[in-house]
Design a binder for this molecule. Sequence first.
Ligand code: CAA
Ligand code: NAI
Length: 725
Amino acid sequence: MAATRRLSHTVAVITINNPPVNALGSSVCHALVKEFGEAIKDSSVKAIVLSGANGKFSAGADIREFSTSALKTISLEDINATIEASRKPVVAAIDGVALGGGLELALACHYRVANAQSRVGLPEVLIGILPAAGGTQRLPRLIGVPAALDVIVRGRHVPATEALQLGIVDEVVQGNTVNAAIQLARKVIGTDLDKRRLSTNHVPSNPNMEIFLDNAVEKAKKQFRRAQAPIACIQAIRASVQKPYHHGIKKERELFQSLWATGQPQALQYAFFSERNVGKWTHPSGGRWETIAPKPVRTAAVIGLGTMGRGIVTSLARVNIPVIALEQDAQQLEIGKKAVNGLLEREAEKLIKQGLAPGTKLASVRFTLDFAELSDVDLVIEAVYENMELKKQIFRKLSTFCKPDAFLCTNTSGLDIDEIASVTNRPHLVIGTHFFSPANIMRLLEVVRGHQTSLTTISTAMSLGKTLGKVAVLVGNCPLFVGNRLLGPYLDQANYLLEEGYYPEEVDKTLEDFGFAMGPFRMMDLAGLDVGWRSRMEKGLTGSKVPPGTPARQRQGYRYCPLPDMLCEMGRFGQKAGKGWYQYEKPGGRIAQSDPWIKDFLQEYRNTHQIKPKPANPEVILERCLYALINEGFRVLEDGIASGPEDIDVIYNNGYGFPKYRGGIMYHASTVGLAKVLDALGKYHKENPDVPSMNPAFLLKKLVAVGGPPIKEWKTQVGTLVNKL
Ligand code: CAA
Ligand code: NAI
């Protein structure tokens, strides 16, 4: 039954029942119409409580049904209108979540009681649409425009205590929410409900409202770039101020339809489901990690409190996992301790803002220099310098000091997990947990399985990722894993473009206009140019190990761009040095400004190498950089390093600033058309046959050969095609 009804004295309790999240699919909507109709008619019923089964009110419209009929959700507003018009008081009993259409249902009720642990919100913007069942019209009427704008445009999940302060809910309870709602319902039987019908109220406004909304649009354009939904949300809220409810609702519908036509909702909904599907991977043994129970991680240790370690400690403490933090010497320990405590203080402040008592959820962090103190932890995350010998030394020690069943994780950004595991006494418990910087903020976690990593280890690392609030993607072990591996060909193209006549600003602007959070040169400056330089020196691509007589722009017969090395040789390491591809106000400064020196430097370089600059063409920048990423994505699939295109997309959306409203890099390829991508790659490879990364991937060619199937069919195609390799 999609919804049930029982009678508690004179109160009808209607319960939405559609596991796992009580999404309001068409069967639920039909059931609600029936149950409300009968409760309203039944003379023994004096009031109604609306609740959700299994500890959740409702996560809103069933997103899966959008693709079958984009506008099916609209009928929810008819249900809302019926509820609101009811002369019998209706009280929403909110447990777990009331999101999207779920909150819209609750806003149509006359009162709302929420459990202290619950969250409410209108997060439709995150899936490319706007609240389409009166949410943009009722919420501003309830809490005013500024607060509604903040909740709707950011798609925030608002904790119950804050929802009470804002006035979204009327009561927050610790115990049984339905009983509390029944009590309230009985109390308000026979009272005047007019003021409780939000659609009949006016939106509080003032003479500056139009300017306020104009500013909000400008701010949203800057913050969300080309994402359309935030702007549509503001336009709908504007309608709530200017027009009566029924006009506002009409506007809401029109905006919903025009958003659908942009393709962004489809891309964002693909991204939403991708995040839930990633990493579902069959182990070589034939087993699947999702079917294996994770081991509990009650305590953890982090080795190395540098850039990454301190963020990892904070992420663990934030979710109540006590941490032992270990450094190499007293001085580093003190520096790390200060940094961690600073981050934890900020976390505590956030918790207080959310209405929770200071320190409620932060677990203890113990600082030490002694490996013996790690004897009892369930899991260790190593985050020392990126150096194989050092990492092996640490893992040998961990083998000695940690209990036999402790999981040993490495935060390496690309070293061989199997080699690290090989020095331990438990390679099956060794796994890569590749966090992204800053680790306490970035959502992505690449979980890297080695050849001997057990299903339990994978399951535990994936589950820890979820506990930490990350999106964990399971990937295979290869140099640089997935995200950083794809970055190589992308950055190569960006560098080649500079050789050929472009400037960092032009390349960055084109990719930022496309939607990337940051262009490649600003990104390199932020990450530090020296990181790649050191690794190239180790590989003998630059510096003293390069054999004499090697051409400046070639290595082992392939094209090579020495520009980043030349910058590093001059100490231009990026932001940390105050100069790189851009100049900054000071070392460590963040505001990138064009540097005339770079212009002269590039011109001189082109003269030296007799390169005639090509006419500027933003399309070329886009195609070369994006298609380089996509092509390497196909190779990753061919190699079985990612389990499907969704995994690559989740990684790029959450770790590399790819615009989510374009779905992901592989999804983007599918919307551009695989044949077009193949043609362009073929053309660029012909122009530069010494750039192997632009040689179209075998899998791309095969997919085009079978007619370029839709992305959801690639996974089966990948399996079939790879087996035929
Ligand atoms: N529709 C369909 N399926 C949904 C769903 C929805 N609204 N919300 C969640 N699910 C599914 C997930 O895909 C997942 O399915 P699988 O188990 O098959 O992978 C399952 O429910 C559990 O979801 P999560 O793994 O995300 O579970 P969680 O506990 O980590 O998070 C949640 C739960 C906070 C509700 C989260 O799923 C979420 O944010 N859901 C989306 C909420 C949302 O955007 N609502 C607005 C819908 S649009 C709308 O309502 C339009 C309107 O105005 C009428
Ligand atoms: P970092 O240089 O900022 O910090 C490394 C820390 O390890 C230092 O505090 C150092 O004192 C400590 N350390 C060194 N030897 C030690 C030992 N024997 N015992 C205990 N502590 C020791 O390095 P960062 O950037 O934090 O990188 C750490 C790891 O994370 C590397 O493997 C790196 O590749 C990876 N990584 C880095 C990212 C970044 O953006 N910085 C992103 C993702 C992964």
